[in-house]
Design a protein around this ligand. Structure first.
Ligand SMILES: [Zn+2]
Ligand SMILES: [Zn+2]
Length: 318
């Protein structure tokens, strides 16, 4: 049995931090994020590597009046500009979703809730409103409902809410910070990426990833934000080489154990010249290892089918 690798990426833009006052990682206009999305999609098409893009539902809207009339706590939508995609491209991005949808590679467009709500801390009515609205938008913009969700900040949603919304697979994080600060730092910089097998729990398949973005390097700038000061003193080429090794070893671990490896980042993390060459090289290496039969690359939807013992869906050209 080959090992399996899943890559998932949050597309949230302004919604990722609309309830916080910290957006140093984001551009002002969404241009670099979209440019790197195009480069990523081009690369994926050249290699036929599918990615699960988990998209904040509001980004599927092309315009709104800012009044969503949901059962949210008052003020939740205060940052919603109530305009359109031309005026506020960080809050509306149907173009980005269409760009993913229209590519030949069989990418998955899954959900990250409608407005980036903490799924463990909102009322059942709010979560139900969020998820049913997302499914409606997926039917309209993507052509089908999604079976996959990545909950914002990995706060675990009640499983009944997922089942009710037709969601069958959820990405959750596994915290390894109990291994101590030094071990954690070592894991972040050189690995090994921890391996956790997906499993069916209470009717929902759980696939596990790290608490920190693993596809991108913590030592390099994340999006528009500089890395922590100590890392800036290390040459960029060395930091990139460490991340290449980290990613290679993450796949090694899945291959050696016939196991699973789930790598992730936000779209904005990728959007700079430091992260991109590493990701570009990693995707090529992954495709090469797939062609030798060492690994398969599965979207979350395909992984869901695999864990449930269903016939795996076709993930694109062989
Ligand atoms: Zn809105
Ligand atoms: Zn998020």
């Amino acid at each position: 049995m080959p090992g399996t690798v899943t890559i998932s990426m949050e597309v949230e833009l302004g919604w990722g931090v609309h309830d916080l006052a910290d957006d140093a990682h984001l551009s002002d206009d969404g241009v670099p994020e979209r440019a790197y999305l195009r480069r990523l999609l081009d690369r994926c098409d050249a290699l036929n590597v599918p990615i699960s893009f988990d998209v904040v539902g509001h980004l599927l809207e092309s315009a709104c009046d800012g009044d969503h009339d949901g059962p949210h706590e008052s003020g939740w939508f205060d940052a919603d500009p109530g305009t359109d995609a031309v005026s506020d491209p960080l809050f509306y991005a149907p173009d980005a979703v269409a760009a993913i949808r229209d590519r030949p590679t069989n990418h998955e467009i899954c959900t990250h809730t409608y407005s980036h709500v903490p799924c463990d801390d909102v009322s059942a009515a709010t979560l139900d409103w969020e998820l049913s609205r997302c499914q409606r938008l997926h039917r309209r913009n993507v052509g089908n409902e999604t079976v996959s969700i990545v909950p914002p900040r990995h706060y675990p949603p009640p499983r009944a809410a997922l089942r009710d919304a037709g969601l069958e697979v959820v990405r959750l994080s596994r915290d390894t910070s109990d291994r101590g600060r030094l071990a954690r730092l070592k894991e972040l910089v050189i690995g090994p990426h921890p391996t956790f097998e997906p499993r069916l729990v209470d009717g929902v398949v759980e696939t596990y990833c790290t608490t920190y973005p693993s596809l991108t390097a913590s030592t390099l700038p994340l999006g528009q934000r500089d890395p922590p000061a100590p890392f800036s003193a290390v040459p960029v080429a060395l930091r990139q080489r460490l991340q290449r090794t980290y990613l290679r070893r993450a796949v090694d671990a899945a291959v050696e154990s016939d196991g699973h490896c789930h790598l992730w980042s936000h779209l904005y993390d990728v959007a700079n010249e430091y992260q991109w060459p590493v990701i570009e090289g990693f995707l090529s290496e992954l495709a090469a290892r797939r062609s030798t039969g060492e690994v398969e690359v599965l979207t979350m939807a395909a992984l869901n089918d695999r864990v449930r013992g269903r016939t795996a869906e076709v993930t694109g050209r062989a």
